[in-house]
Ligand binder design. Sequence first.
Ligand code: FAD
Length: 287
Amino acid sequence: MIPPAFDYHAPKSVGEAIALLGQYGSDAKILAGGHSLLPMMKLRFAQPAHLIDINRIAELRGICEDGADVVIGAMTVENDLIASPILRAKVPLLAEAPKLIADPQVRNRGTIGGDIAHGDPGNDHPALAIAVDASFVLEGPNGRRTVKADGFFHGTYMTDLAEDEILVAIRVPAFAAGTGWAYEKLKRKTGDWATAGAAVVMRMDAGRVTHCRIALTNVAPMALRATDAERALLGQPLTDASVAAAAQAAMAICDPAEDLRGDREYKTAMAGEMVKRAVRAAAARCQ
Ligand code: FAD
């Protein structure tokens, strides 16, 4: 299908883009990689009269270190996350997991910022961001504010991002030495969204779990932090019983939509299985 007509704007700075957002309000949409927005426009689920293309804003792209944090520009594409030596050294989960997102063509254009700002529960970056304790830097007409990933996602296509704001960067604390991590994603075929996914970041000391973050993909209207599942592991040695208890606690908060990927019971059970696998894989990386 062909989308309705729209005016196209290509600002060269964040300030210019924010001014355009202010000028056109709810008639405007930011265009990043276009891999979520353009299909929605073709289906006429989204009909913006103004597209504000932020691809020419150089400051929004790239990965750097800032003290103990890694800062990822919102317009950084998936393939650049995968290839980043900084991410591989400091937050390897964010270099590995994007290999499970879509296909090489999509990963060449799709941006981490678009994946997060879209608020699609099927997207993988929301749960990954919660698991790595990321913060999002948002800029609007009143300047910048930084919000935690945990609490940013409110429902399908609903986030803390205001209509006149742009997500400019994702800040992630570098992993402490000995941090284990894993993302387990069940999908029907290469390129598909998750039937269920689990991201885990973990540390252990003297055989007990001392830090644990668990977040779930596509088993509720938004990415979920599984705090009860984390509690089932914290302070405990990792045993079959504690891992099963964590999986059970994660399943208890699932509220998946039924679709061609499966019914609620199946998706919930798969979320439990992904948690078990991700916890085991993360623990194996703790050293
Ligand atoms: P766009 O489509 O340009 O924008 C998406 C939305 O976010 C729009 O509403 C836009 O206005 C807003 N937006 C974008 N950037 C900003 C910003 N910086 N500030 C404020 N608002 C912004 N994703 C996954 O996570 N996992 C998958 O398995 C997966 N599979 C896919 C398979 C296919 C075949 C396709 C086409 C896409 C798939 N995707 C998947 C989605 C893909 O990763 C998208 O690229 C991503 O969801 C959106 O990023 P984008 O840069 O294309 O954003």
